[in-house]
Write a protein that binds this ligand. Structure first.
Ligand code: 9MR
Length: 576
């Protein structure tokens, strides 16, 4: 199988910020530098120079050159780059390239909502659908969900929240990091110098039913999940009260496509876990401080839930979700929750200022250890979330301690910059197969979140430029010459694995909405479709835009939340 990868000159197919870095990668057999020309839409040569031979790239196996045309900084559209007789896809140079991506990436969450009808007047008729899982036949509903046999003898109303990904499951662990990132995207607008104080994410900025309620729309969206996360908490008086059930999903896997309201499967609560409980504690603590100016009663409800959850987790520190509990839904298992403890203690301390949480976070090995992995953070490893918030959210740490925390962010960012320099496709990710895994696009973007945070802390442009280069990779500067974001770029993924967006199986159904990001190349080839199609692939080629490939090409809230964060940061860099 040889994919059609289009022109051998790979660019960010959407565009480049006028004052930002502008890099491309060229696939060629040439060993000597090659001349390049940057052209206007009308064909006039705007700039020219010579490429830099880079030899064989580990992640793609290709012989490549790089081109740096950063010195060209005049806004324009329909530009192309020509090298070695090949002309790139067209792109813009513009300070506003990321404005619409910020809202598109966020809009994904409304369309993923469970327990509410999706309003076609807001998001287009093709995405309108009835409410899912409210107990209307054939649904058996999330309004009154029993436990798996032997787990508990009550049932809970766990309606609402977002469907995790292409399935209809709802998982507290993965809901946690996604909610964190939406809340943090908002919080950054309050703390970062290049942000606008929140106007771009404010009330009326999104097409959600709550617009006009006086609350920033991104908070309304996060609240849809927060309410669900809190419903997953074990009620007072029951065994393990205050813990959170790990997940709720179908008893058996269903086929594709399947609209949420047509799902006939029994829904079940799975056992409470320490990891889920700490995800609830952390995000409900964020909620407490961020909602305080808008809805004091809700903020208080979040605070109470967070403190109960944290206490329950401390009383039950080793209840791990089973790695084999994966029928009908994902396992999201994790047998090391020290990082979840650290993250939750940080969020609770930032929100309450209570000494006990400071004592706990300082006692964690993650407070001084290296929390920034070369392969990025994700749902299973969340110490970085706590570290980033300590570095950016105003707090009372002594100056020396705060300096050390912030230096850990810039040190990590320096390492990601060094990796960007090593990679001919300019991404902050090592080139070995082990770095390309399920959902890795989210991890790569999360490395850019660290770079962007380093920029917010220092205003040193090299960090912002690293974040830009990461987005270049996501939007087309890669071995497959594909933008992983639907609707963004000349050649973009559009057949992501999803029961809702089943266009590839049923032309009556839509493709994913603009702003949906695919999981990305996964060298471990963990679904039958790619095992048969892509055996032996070089890491950056281990992806296919086919709905059957859930291990490379699924939509999911945790990578759309990463995209949201980075797009929002880049939208604030118009003056770069
Ligand atoms: O993102 C998850 C990835 O890290 C795991 O390796 C993979 C297999 O356990 O599961 C991924 O999450 C999926 C979840 O289990 C079920 N809903 C869809 C998620 C995205 O593919």
């Amino acid at each position: 199988y040889v994919p059609d990868t289009g022109p051998r000159v790979r660019v960010n197919q959407v565009g480049y910020l006028p004052g930002g870095p502008k890099n491309a990668t060229v696939v060629t057999d040439a060993t000597e530098a090659l001349p390049w020309q940057l052209r206007s839409a009308a064909g006039a040569v705007l700039a020219n120079g010579t490429s830099t031979p880079r030899g064989v790239d580990e992640a793609s196996g290709q012989n490549v050159h790089t081109v740096d045309f950063s010195s060209y900084d005049t806004p324009g559209s329909g530009l192309t780059l020509t090298v070695d007789g090949e002309t790139s896809h067209p792109f813009d140079v513009s300070g506003t390239v990321y404005d619409q991506l910020r809202s598109d990436a966020l809009q994904f969450f409304y369309i993923q909502r469970s327990g509410i009808a999706i309003d076609g007047d807001l998001v287009g008729e093709e995405y309108a659908r009835p409410a899912g899982h409210l107990g209307v036949a054939p649904n058996r509903g999330d309004t009154d969900v029993p436990c798996q046999p032997g787990v508990c003898d009550y049932s809970l109303d766990v309606r609402g929240g977002w469907y995790d990904a292409g399935d209809h499951g709802k998982y507290v662990v993965n809901g946690g990091i996604a909610t964190y990132q939406l809340l943090n995207t908002f919080e950054r607008t309050k703390t970062a110098a290049t942000a606008d104080g929140g106007a771009a994410l404010g009330d009326g900025s999104l097409r959600v039913p709550e617009r006009g309620n006086g609350v920033p729309d991104i908070l309304d969206e996060a609240r849809w999940e927060l309410e669900f996360l809190m419903r997953m908490q074990v009620p007072a008086g029951e065994p393990l009260a205050g813990m959170a059930h790990h997940k709720i999903h179908d008893q058996n896997w269903t086929g594709l496509p399947l609209q949420p309201e047509d799902d006939p499967e029994l829904r079940e609560l799975h056992p409470p876990s320490t990891a889920a409980t700490l995800n609830l504690a952390a995000t409900a603590a964020q909620c407490a401080r961020l909602f305080a100016p808008y809805d004091a009663a809700f903020a208080q409800r979040c605070a109470t839930s967070a403190e109960r959850a944290y206490a329950a987790a401390k009383a039950n520190p080793q209840r791990y979700a089973s790695p084999t509990d994966g029928n009908g839904g994902g396992a999201y298992d994790d047998s090391n929750v020290t990082d979840e403890f650290y993250w939750a203690a940080v969020e609770l301390w930032l929100s309450t200022g209570e000494q006990a949480y400071l004592t706990d976070l300082r006692a964690s090995a993650h407070h001084t250890g290296d929390v920034f992995d070369p392969r990025g953070f994700g749902w299973q490893g969340v110490a970085a979330l706590g570290r980033l918030d300590l570095a950016t959210v105003p707090n009372g740490l002594p100056a020396a301690e705060l300096t050390r925390i912030r230096e850990s962010v810039t040190d990590a960012a320096d390492a990601y910059l060094a990796e960007i320099d090593r990679q001919a496709y300019g991404l902050p990710l090592p080139g070995d197969p082990g770095s390309y895994f399920w959902g890795g696009n989210g991890n790569v973007i999360n490395n850019a979140v660290v770079l962007a945070t380093a920029f917010d802390l220092t205003r040193d442009a090299k960090y912002r430029d690293g974040a830009v280069q990461t987005m270049d990779y996501i939007l087309g500067r890669n071995a497959l010459n594909i933008s992983y974001v639907t609707g963004w770029g000349e050649h973009a993924a559009k057949n992501q694995h999803s029961r809702i967006f089943g266009n590839q199986y049923d032309p009556e159904l839509p493709n994913p909405p603009a702003g949906s990001i695919a999981g990305g190349p996964n060298a471990a080839l963990q679904d039958p479709f790619v095992q048969q199609l892509l055996a032996g692939c070089k890491p950056m080629f281990c992806f296919v835009d086919d709905i059957a490939s859930y291990s490379t090409n699924e939509v999911a809230i945790n990578w759309n939340s990463a995209l949201t964060w980075l797009a929002s940061f880049l939208a604030d860099q118009a003056d770069a």
